[in-house]
Each structure stands twice: as structure tokens, then as C-alpha cells.
Design a protein around this ligand. Structure first.
Ligand code: ATP
Ligand code: NCN
Length: 193
């Protein structure tokens, strides 16, 4: 079984993430997508983060109706900040019968050469890349790389930052989230201040 790992902070998960996950699983050889909720991205400050379990709950609510998309809390028990190379080693060891690939936007591909042991990641895993509008250039070593496959997924210009800021400013952000996710955020008063 081939699993696509879609890593993210998901603070909160929005329809942009879901569109990508669904597109990838329906238009590639991947059997499932696991949305891996990251406690602490080594490149981001942790301060404005909703608790891990709340972010996981939101991913659970967003993906409940999708058979091939599943939430994962595998990084919760691993040392922080979360280096993807360590998570991949751990998960591959846990599920020896499965093949794990990475799903990544072009924005993340632009910084991949700065990730811890990125050569090891590429040695053991395929990366499926979808287009994203972002500044900067992709390192030329990743051009036509045998382990990197580009997938022509739609571009959706939504970010979690946009949603958090909108909620704080009392704007209606409902169309950018699933109903279940919006209801939970609203009930719990998340992101209001
Ligand atoms: N609209 C989108 N379309 C496609 N990919 C996205 C979109 N938003 C985020 N991603 C990608 O999904 C992964 C997880 O996203 P992340 O949790 O960082 O969301 P974000 O919206 O970029 O968050 P933030 O605004 O808080 O930085 C990252 O690899 C990110 O590049
Ligand atoms: O391993 C690394 O060096 C590394 C550097 C930057 C980001 N990552 C991972 O990339 C994933 C995407 O993060 P984010 O915050 O953009 O959603 C998340 O799981 C991070 O831990 C990993």
C-alpha cells in the first residue's frame, strides 16, 4: 500500500488542504493520504499555535467523510521541533508493509535544501509536488529529480493565517472551512483574540 504523507501545522485545516489531499489521492498511484499534524515545524515560532489535540480534532472533523484521507498524530510523541527525516524513519519502521511518499507544495520544495538530512529523505522516499504561488526559486538540484513528481493540482490561494486573522477581525470565514471545522472553532472561541 502506498501512502502519501501530507505534513502540516494545520492551524486550522482549511479547504485548500482538503482540495490538495483529495486531488492527490484521486489523481496519482497513492492509495491513501495521511494528514500528519506537526506539533512544531522547525522553521516556525510555536507561540501562536492552537494546542496539538485541538488541531488534530479539526483535521479529524474535516476528513471524517473521506475514506482515503486520514488524520495522523504520529509526531505528537516524537522529539520537537519535528524534523521530517526522523518522522519518516519512525513511521517506516512502524509500518513495514507500507510505502511512504511525501506530498509537498512548490513553496516547501523551495526550502527543501535547508531541511535536516534532505538527501536521506530523497534517497528513501518519493515526493509528489503540487503547484503553489510563492516567491523564490526551486534549487536546481531538484529539477528533473528522479524521486520528485509534479502533479497538476489546482492552485487555491487560502492560508490558515488568512483565516485566523479574519476570525480575529470578526469576518465571516465559513466558506474557507468545512462546516464541522467552522462549528468547532466557533463553539470553542478559537482565534478570536
Ligand atoms: N491553499 C493551499 N493550497 C495548497 N497547499 C497549501 C495551502 N495552504 C497550505 N498549504 C500547504 O499545506 C501544508 C500545511 O499547511 P500549513 O498548515 O502550513 O497551512 P498554511 O495555510 O500555509 O498555514 P499558515 O498560514 O499558518 O502558515 C504546507 O505544506 C503548506 O505549504
Ligand atoms: O525536517 C525539516 O528540516 C523541516 C523543515 C521545515 C518544515 N518541515 C516540516 O514541513 C511540514 C510543513 O510545515 P507547515 O508548518 O508549513 O505546515 C511540517 O511537518 C514541518 O515539520 C520540516
Amino acid at each position: 500500500m502506498k501512502i502519501g504523507l501530507y505534513f502540516g501545522t494545520f492551524n486550522p485545516i482549511h479547504i485548500g488542504h482538503l482540495i490538495i489531499a483529495n486531488h492527490m489521492v484521486e489523481n496519482s498511484d497513492l492509495d491513501e493520504i495521511w494528514m500528519v499534524v506537526t506539533p512544531h515545524n522547525p522553521f516556525k515560532k510555536k507561540s501562536s499555535l492552537l494546542d496539538n489535540h485541538h488541531r488534530l480534532e479539526l483535521v479529524y472533523k474535516a476528513t471524517e467523510a473521506y475514506d482515503k484521507i486520514k488524520p495522523s498524530d504520529i509526531e505528537f510523541k516524537l522529539p520537537q521541533p519535528n524534523y521530517t527525516v526522523h518522522t519518516l524513519a519512525h513511521i517506516s519502521d512502524m509500518y513495514k508493509d507500507k510505502e511512504f511518499c511525501l506530498i509537498m507544495g512548490e513553496d516547501n520544495l523551495k526550502s527543501l535544501h535547508k531541511w535536516k538530512n534532505y538527501e536521506t529523505i530523497l534517497e528513501h522516499h518519493n515526493i509528489y509536488v503540487y503547484p503553489r504561488i510563492a516567491e523564490g526559486k526551486i534549487d536546481s538540484q531538484f529539477d528533473n529529480h528522479p524521486k520528485i513528481t509534479k502533479v497538476a493540482a489546482p492552485i487555491v490561494q487560502i492560508s490558515s493565517t488568512m483565516i485566523r486573522n479574519g476570525i480575529k477581525d470578526n469576518k465571516n470565514m465559513k466558506p474557507l472551512l468545512t462546516n464541522e471545522v467552522w462549528q468547532y472553532i466557533d463553539e470553542m472561541n478559537f482565534y478570536r483574540k
